[in-house]
Design a protein around this ligand. Structure first.
Ligand code: GLU
Ligand code: MG
Length: 438
């Protein structure tokens, strides 16, 4: 029984979850111009349910969720389940004017600012890891082909679903962690890269659900385990599409512009983490020896750096200039992709504008050095907890100035409420709570 086809008008909120309402597909054309009703305080929903109090709106006000036609996802693979059909939306005022606490709108502003300041556009992709769970599911060894075949037909179905959704999957890989997988999707222009990240999670969850698994993108399934990251790849191109981040004659083969973009991010890193790694368990993943982001540094190929320069492949005539990108690794799926990308871009633009000094390219295991030596080398540390990241945000006037007041107040309120909702729970229990939601 498939019933009537419904189309979701959805919005990635500060918790990084897609929320919204659905309309009948048969009325889509009449509905798409005016969207569906929404409530400002919905932005203040914590991942665990309760609305953060106080929040800037209380019980007052009305919004619309207004779909972007270019973000449509429709997957029709199931005989006994209706198509997975949705659009990503901007949250707007009822007259259609931008609502200034909408993360997708903030990303649009950040991308326009980038273009005004530099004449360049952002190309990005989000690499997102997740785990599959199911009753009696015995995961195979890390990276093994068996780990892929054990969940058959998950891989071919999720690939077909992501392709139908227009999300351009590239490869399917069993990851290192138990039951952990990853499906990189092709890079896209800034706004659509964040849309793709949000949509990809929903498609993966749906395919998992139809096969009796649950997919979770939580940053840490259990304390001391293997983390699931979201690695945000970024590069800039000029109006003709020519890459602006590559320079074969400079250290790391990165242009001065790319180095300054990275410098802006590293300069504001602790405050940015409040948006890119915004959960209590995010900080079980960050830190040395997790292959996530050990310190606030930049390195070539090093998987412990916050900004990694991935390898350039020259096989089969690959063009290094087009491949060159910066990979930001201190992010996870508890972040709203639009909000995370917006603040990274704004920090990068600031680095370019202020001509910040290029960060050094680090090598080796920096955890083996003592604090003094790390300070001498300019190695920055990452926040050790969500509370520390929030305090860094409160102390960073520059980052605060980028985020509209209501959105900032709401974000900090949601995150502090989230911390208080977990008070008294063990780390195991906290991981369990996030595992159920993400
Ligand atoms: N699982 C690691 C993380 O938490 C990433 C491993 C990799 O480099 O793919 O970011
Ligand atoms: Mg990976």
């Amino acid at each position: 029984m498939r019933g009537e086809e419904l189309v979701g008008f959805l919005h990635a909120d500060v918790s990084g979850l897609l929320r919204g309402r659905s309309v009948p597909d048969s009325e889509l054309e009449e509905r798409i111009g005016a969207g569906v009703g929404w409530v400002p305080a919905d932005q203040a929903l914590t991942p665990f349910g309760p609305i953060a109090e106080p929040n800037p709106w209380g019980s007052t006000g009305d919004l619309r969720l207004l779909p972007d036609r270019d973000s449509e996802v429709r997957v029709d693979l199931w005989e006994d389940a209706s198509p997975l059909h949705f659009f990503l939306c901007d949250a707007t005022n009822t007259d259609g004017s931008p609502w200034d606490a909408c993360p997708r709108t903030l990303l649009k502003h950040a991308l326009s600012w980038l273009e005004e300041e530099t004449g360049l556009r952002l190309i990005s992709s989000f690499e997102q890891e997740f785990v599959l769970e199911g009753p009696a599911f015995e995961p195979g060894p890390g990276f093994s082909f068996e780990a892929q075949r054990l969940v058959e037909p998950f891989a071919p179905l999720v690939f077909a679903a992501l392709r139908q959704a227009g999300l351009a999957p590239e490869t399917f890989l069993p990851e290192y962690g138990s039951g952990q997988y990853e499906i990189p999707c092709s890079p896209a222009p800034g706004l659509f890269a964040a849309d793709r990240a949000a949509a990809m999670r929903e498609v993966v969850r749906e395919v998992a659900r139809t096969l009796g698994y649950r997919a979770s993108f939580t940053p840490m399934v259990a304390p001391g385990g293997v983390g699931s990251g979201v690695h945000i790849h970024m590069s800039l191109v000029d109006p003709e599409g020519r890459p602006a981040f590559y320079d074969p004659d400079r250290p790391g083969q990165m242009s001065l512009l790319a180095a300054r973009f990275a410098a802006g991010i590293l300069e504001h890193l602790p405050a940015l983490c409040a948006f890119t790694a915004p959960s209590v368990v995010s900080y079980l993943r960050l830190g040395p020896h997790h292959w996530s982001a050990g310190f606030g540094t930049m390195s070539e190929r090093e998987r412990e750096a916050t900004i990694r320069i991935p390898p350039l492949v020259e096989l089969s005539g690959g063009d290094p200039a087009r491949q060159f990108n910066l990979e930001f690794r201190a992010a996870d799926a508890t972040a709203c992709p639009h909000l995370a990308l917006a603040v990274l871009v704004l920090a990068g633009v600031r680095g370019i504008r202020e001509e910040l000094p290029e960060p050094p390219l680090m090598e080796g295991d920096l955890s083996e050095l003592d604090d003094e030596e790390r300070r001498r080398l300019g190695v920055k540390t990452l926040p050790a907890s969500l509370e520390e990241a929030l305090r860094a945000l409160e102390a960073d006037e520059v980052v605060r100035s980028w985020v509209p007041d209501d959105l900032l107040e709401c974000h900090i309120g949601v995150k502090r409420t989230e911390i208080s909702l977990l008070q008294g729970l063990s780390l195991e229990e906290a991981c369990e709570r996030y595992l159920r939601v993400y």
